[in-house]
Design a protein around this ligand. Structure first.
Ligand code: PLP
Length: 422
């Protein structure tokens, strides 16, 4: 469910007409609904609690939407943060996420990043390999602290909506095998700089079938039990993110209730705290990208191009993952739907959002909204083609605020300077 609906013939975000935001801020622009963000977090937490999960740590995956206002909206509800870089640790802290709810994942954390995270007091560093375990131990000893770590396991299951977002097969770079995990956990418990607190996994993204998750989590349960039988202390099992969302042409994702029931079945009753790292499931349907129509260009042989002022640098998912986004007119005109190739102005054939999409009649100056764009949208935006970084707006009820302004061209140029010999 989300809070983007047609009212009196135009698309609103909560109680704000999207056209009003486009008028005030210009296009392209991302718009997020506070109510949808809050609802998704709350629905997941309530479903987990209803299925007997005590006090789940729901650490929002910051990479899905790293805007500080979005993070703060979730932090106020008690969300933690799953981060993958020093920049994301800093964002989470700036948003008011308490360090004891920050989980640091990622395969290539540098010494400087680990040191920063330890000084900030993050709850858990998810260690993805033996060299990384040694690195964390070394840095922690140097700083005179003890790092709480979890071992990230690669459960070797196939899952995820696209090969580029599948992370849980043994050929992927993430995590270690189960036997490695047992050995590293035992090793970690003897290191002076670390204290192993748990094990973690994350098998992929845009997962719409619970079966691979259930398979992975059952294996994780076995691992926890083996570690406990060996007399090792396991306080936390981190099950990652990955729940899919409806992108309209894809299989319906499982409901949070079905997901929570599967959690209870696979890992219920274990004497450990559970952590989750949802990203897309919280943020995707809470955001849209609004674009303006620049031209409608009809080729004599029949193709009709809808040229927008948004491009692949603003929303890269279609170019990168062949992703589908529902596209809606912000003020739909009367008339029969027609097929359009929807493209941006960037000089790449890949700058095509979709082909042959049936849309209502559109004219230059009209607005369209890319739905389900709140996750991996603005967070992946760039300035490719020297286009200004896309701004972001947060709506709450009848109010809206620009939470990342569009930079000026002077801002863009001011970041660069000539070399001394030029
Ligand atoms: C990307 C990522 C997530 C979030 O994935 P979603 O599919 O957005 O839920 C969670 N944990 C880790 C370690 C990740 O890399």
């Amino acid at each position: 469910m989300n809070h983007f609906e047609l009212r009196g013939g135009e698309l609103f975000c909560e109680d704000v007409p999207l056209a009003r935001i486009a008028q005030a801020v210009g296009t392209p622009v991302y718009v997020y609904s506070s109510a949808t963000l809050e609802r998704h977090y709350t629905v997941l937490r309530d479903a987990l609690v209803a299925h007997g999960v005590k006090d789940p740590l729901i650490a929002f995956a910051v990479k899905a939407n790293s805007n500080v206002a979005v993070l703060r909206t979730l932090a106020r509800l008690g969300a933690g943060a799953d981060v993958v870089s020093e920049g994301e640790v800093r964002r989470a802290l700036a948003a008011g996420v308490p360090p004891e709810r920050i989980v640091f994942s990622g395969v290539g954390k540098t010494e400087a990043e680990v040191a920063f995270a330890l000084q900030a007091g993050v709850a858990e560093i998810n260690v993805e390999s033996e060299p990384e375990l040694d690195l964390v131990d070394r840095v922690a000893q140097r700083l005179g602290v003890r790092a709480q770590i979890a071992i990230r396991v690669n459960p070797d299951v196939q899952a995820g909506g696209h090969e580029k977002i599948s992370t849980g097969k043994s050929e992927n770079k993430f995590g270690v095998s189960f036997s490695e995990a047992e050995r590293l956990y035992a090793k970690a418990s003897n290191l002076a700089g670390v204290r192993p607190v748990g094990v973690a996994c994350h098998i992929g993204s845009q997962i719409t079938d619970l079966a691979p998750m259930a398979e992975a989590f059952a294996k994780m349960r076995g691992l926890v039990e083996r570690l406990q039988r060996e007399g090792l202390r396991v306080e936390r099992l981190d099950l990652g993110g990955g729940l899919g969302v409806p992108y309209f042409n894809q299989p319906e994702p499982p409901s949070p209730d079905d997901y929570a029931a599967m959690i209870a079945e696979t890992v219920g009753g274990l004497d450990v705290g559970l952590a989750f790292e949802p990203g897309r499931m919280i943020a995707a349907n809470a955001g849209v990208l609004i674009a303006g129509v620049t031209h409608v260009h009809e080729r004599p042989e029949g193709r009709r191009f809808l040229v927008l002022d948004a491009a692949m640098n603003d929303l890269i998912r279609p170019a990168m993952y062949d992703a589908y986004h529902d596209i809606r007119a912000v003020r739909p005109r009367e008339g029969e739907a027609r097929p359009y190739d929807v493209v941006g102005p960037v000089c790449e054939t890949g700058d095509t959002f979709t082909r042959d999409r049936a849309l209502p009649p559109l004219e230059p100056g009209d607005l369209v909204a890319f739905m389900t764009a709140g996750a991996y949208g603005a967070a992946m935006a760039s300035e490719y083609n020297s286009r200004l970084l896309v701004p972001e707006v947060l709506v709450k009820g009848a109010e809206f605020a620009v939470v990342r302004p569009r930079p000026t061209y002077d801002d863009m140029l001011a970041r660069e300077r000539p070399a001394p010999w030029l």
